[in-house]
Design a protein around this ligand. Structure first.
Ligand code: F42
Length: 324
């Protein structure tokens, strides 16, 4: 089992740099930087991480072929691979529908778009010339002027077809989930080959004090509940009324500063369903359940803990060694 950390560059660049280095020093294997146009640019951040880290693999977690051409993605990730001495990994997915809509991009034929983009990127990164007449992309003799070696490609996937595609054409998949029930459902669509990396990216919160860990996870969990499809809420026995109460509490927290009400609206059952939260022993138990299902990489995502730096050190000291 390997460990990754997901960092969203909505924090200052030096903070992403600091947490990445700390993760590397505490035994993490991967740093995944999320990609949304409205945050600091993922590839720019990765070029800095390429120089400030030495061992960890670094990559987008995940970019998409709607807001950036596969040719530009190939050139960008090959550059990161060159800068980092071969440590780049590319995470790619359909892109966040709502973020893309804000910039006038309609996510047409996402499955086809990701499939074609992965094919093109792989060839370009290898230094090959691309002649391609797809449904979305038309390339005629495109070629990079350099090659920096192989870059593994992971697909960020939730839907059954995207999960299947990931297992057919990806080197790995990144599934957003925290509970074994959801991971099990996702795995039904994956036909894993030898060496295929199944990464689960979870909302994560660890603290020596269980209540602090749970309270710290509540805002992130509230966002997940608010955008969660009915069938997933049903899987965890969360009724419509409680989910609506969370949506209202989220609005009131951000609009009127009513944070206590938000904490009350998010139940411990919700925290259990949509995050991996608790003491080191609690989270080790949950990760072990995921490992037994066949997960090969756990990516810890926001909030990570009440104090991110302390939590990263705690993971390095008391969690990762259990899986080595
Ligand atoms: N999105 C971001 O924008 N930035 C990130 O940093 C990010 C990180 C991330 C990490 C892990 C992860 O799993 C997802 C992440 N995402 C991120 C979200 C990701 O970009 C997607 O929004 C998310 O994974 C949801 O997409 P999906 O994998 O469920 O695929 C969607 C598009 C879907 O509808 N899939 C269907 C399915 O069953 O899988 C397939 C739909 C289909 O078949 N479409 C046909 C086609 O050709 O595309 C067309 C059908 C028609 O009617 O035309």
């Amino acid at each position: 089992m390997e460990f990754g950390i997901e960092l969203a560059p909505n924090i200052k660049t030096y903070e992403v740099e600091f947490y990445s280095k700390l993760a590397e020093d505490n035994g993490f294997d991967y740093v995944w930087v999320t990609d949304h146009y409205n945050n600091r640019n993922a590839f720019v951040i990765l070029s800095i991480l390429a120089k400030t880290t030495q061992k960890v693999k670094i990559g987008t977690g995940v970019t998409n072929p709607f807001h950036m051409s596969p040719a530009v993605i190939a050139s960008a990730i090959a550059t990161i691979n060159e800068l980092s001495g071969g440590r780049a990994i590319l995470g790619i997915g359909a892109g966040d529908k709502f973020t893309l809509e804000k910039i006038g991009i309609e996510r047409k034929k996402p499955l086809t778009c990701v499939k074609e983009a992965v094919h093109i990127i792989r060839k370009l990164v290898k230094g090959e010339s691309v002649e391609f007449n797809g449904m979305i992309f038309k390339f005629s003799g495109a070629k990079l002027t350099f090659s920096s070696g192989n870059v593994p490609i992971y697909i960020g996937a939730q839907g059954p077809k995207m999960l299947r595609l990931a297992s057919e054409i990806g080197d790995g998949v990144i599934i957003n989930a925290s509970h074994p029930k959801d991971v099990k459902v996702a795995l039904e669509s994956i036909d894993a080959r030898e060496g295929f990396d199944i990464a689960v990216c979870s909302a994560f919160s660890v603290d020596k004090n269980r209540d602090a860990a749970i309270q710290s996870a509540k805002t992130v969990v509230a966002f997940i509940v608010a955008s969660c499809p009915r069938e997933v809420l049903d899987r965890h026995g969360i009724d419509e009324e409680s989910a609506n109460a969370v949506k209202k509490a989220l609005n009131d927290a951000f609009g009127k500063g009513k944070w206590k009400e938000l904490a009350n609206a998010v139940s411990e059952e919700m925290v259990d369903a949509f995050s991996i939260s608790g003491t080191p022993d609690d989270v080790v138990e949950r990760i072990e359940e995921l490992r037994r299902l066949g997960i090969t990489q756990l990516v810890v995502g926001s909030p990570i803990g009440r104090d991110k730096a302390k939590a990263i050190k705690l993971i390095g000291r008391e969690i990762i060694p259990n899986f080595r």
